[in-house]
Ligand binder design. Structure first.
Ligand SMILES: [Fe+2]
Length: 437
């Protein structure tokens, strides 16, 4: 068991590293040290930060070993010490030094993994610390992907185009009724779940309708064409203020082309596929669209109930389709494409209620603020989640095409500022059902 677990851990660490290499070798070294956007780190910072977190937790804490190149670099790569905008001015490791550093850390980590029994400390149970670091690297890979999307210049990444949808969505109901009743939210058993997903607890949810699919580009275009960006009545007060200040008129990366729109995606200008979930919208835009559609954003509990609750068995599943891990037939995850798949592409991934594409494709904004569940306990460090509670942050659910399966579960929670839209975020809408809430 432990040998198999260690083998799985090594495979997961290597998959993350291959992805990190793809993202940092796709551009030359001068681009690695460039800041492509003030809201993002230079890619070389992410690279060495990945190595530094891995060193702190696995080499020094788990392994009890000496610093790999001295501990004076720790503060450079502490995300809380330096805002992203200041990171290019720091005396960072150069690209070759960073590559050498992450390689040296990894070889020590594989040795620690080899000679450490995965027991005796909570941090080691079921390989949690290794799982946490694998997830951390994959999360930074997703951040680096957002940096790639923001950078100007010719395309540096490529991937196949998703195939056409497997089902004709016009033949399916556009909304699904989720009846009233309690369900189990969060988890106390998922071995690599992070502290904010814990503990499992009962939540009573009123009846509601949820969109069968995420909102598509074609649907979003109707909102634009109907003057959605010009009508303050559709926006929250703060949303309208931001819409004006930031001069929002369409999703990020869309640009006018005659009377229509095209988009820039990883350095390529292209037509906008109408049947693809919309992405790169702020929470404020999602909220305004929902109001225009006569709906609202779902709460986080509604989203998770629609995704995980199995009414026949009266329990929550790990994923919408059941307890088995994601596969390419069930969800668009893991950067196999560089975009969401059309709606109707994953009938095998539908939830017990018949809601599609809850996992993969786009992160979905919910109307909920990020906070701890009842019984929350920070672990293993406050800076992962707890320091963000009670700030102006909205929860996103479901993971996007850019998310590796290791960082994607029915319980996984992401969060961001309501003005952010460089992330691969879209949304779907909900509305109250008969009987109200
Ligand atoms: Fe980090």
């Amino acid at each position: 068991m432990s040998d198999q677990l260690k083998e799985d851990i090594a495979v997961g660490l290597d998959r993350a590293r291959q992805r990190t290499k793809t993202l940092t070798e796709a551009v030359d070294d001068s681009e690695l040290t460039t800041q492509h956007s003030p809201i993002m780190s230079p890619l070389v910072w992410d690279l060495a930060h990945i190595g530094n977190q891995e060193e702190l937790w696995l080499v020094r804490d788990v392994g009890g070993r000496e610093p790999v190149i001295g501990d004076q670099i720790d503060q450079l790569y502490d995300a809380f010490k330096h805002p992203r905008s200041n990171r290019p001015q720091l005396p960072l490791l150069s690209p070759p030094e960073s590559r050498q550093y992450v390689d040296d850390v990894r070889s020590k980590v594989l040795d620690v993994l080899d000679c450490t029994p995965l027991e005796g400390r909570r941090l080691l149970e079921q390989g949690f610390a290794f799982g946490m670091i694998t997830q951390h690297e994959q999360q930074h890979d997703e951040t680096m992907l957002a940096t790639h999307q923001l950078r100007s210049g010719a395309a540096a990444l490529s991937a196949p185009t998703p195939p056409p949808p497997a089902v004709d969505v016009a033949k399916l109901a556009s909304e699904v009724l989720i009846p009233a009743g309690p369900f189990t939210m969060g988890t106390s058993t998922e071995p690599w779940a992070l502290d904010n997903e814990r503990p499992a607890h009962n939540v009573d949810v009123g009846p509601f309708w949820l969109d069968t699919f995420p909102v598509t580009n074609a649907q979003y275009l109707e909102f634009i064409d109907a003057g959605g960006y010009a009508d303050p009545r559709l926006w929250s007060a703060r949303g309208w203020e931001h819409r004006q200040e930031a001069d929002l008129a369409a999703p990020q990366f869309w640009q006018r082309d005659g009377n229509g729109w095209i988009r820039r995606r990883f350095g390529m200008l292209e037509q906008i596929p109408g049947n693809e979930p919309v992405q790169h919208v702020t929470w404020f835009e999602a909220d305004a669209y929902a109001r225009w559609a006569g709906k609202r954003l779902p709460t986080e509990a509604e989203w998770e109930k629609a995704a995980r609750h199995d009414p026949a068995q009266g329990r929550s599943r790990r994923y919408p389709w059941g307890d088995d891990n994601p596969t390419p037939e069930r969800a668009n995850l893991g950067q196999q494409f560089l975009q969401p798949s059309p709606v109707g592409s994953y009938p095998a991934g539908a939830s017990a209620y018949g809601v599609h594409q809850l996992i993969g494709d786009v992160w979905e904004w919910t109307c909920s603020d990020f906070t701890g569940y009842p019984g929350f306990a920070a672990w293993p460090y406050r800076e992962y989640s707890e320091v963000f509670f009670g700030m102006d942050l909205k929860v996103l659910r479901g993971g996007a095409w850019s998310v590796d399966p290791v960082v994607c579960r029915g319980t996984f929670r992401n969060w961001d500022l309501p003005i952010r839209r460089q992330i691969f975020a879209g949304f779907r809408c909900a509305r109250d059902a008969e009987g109200g809430r």
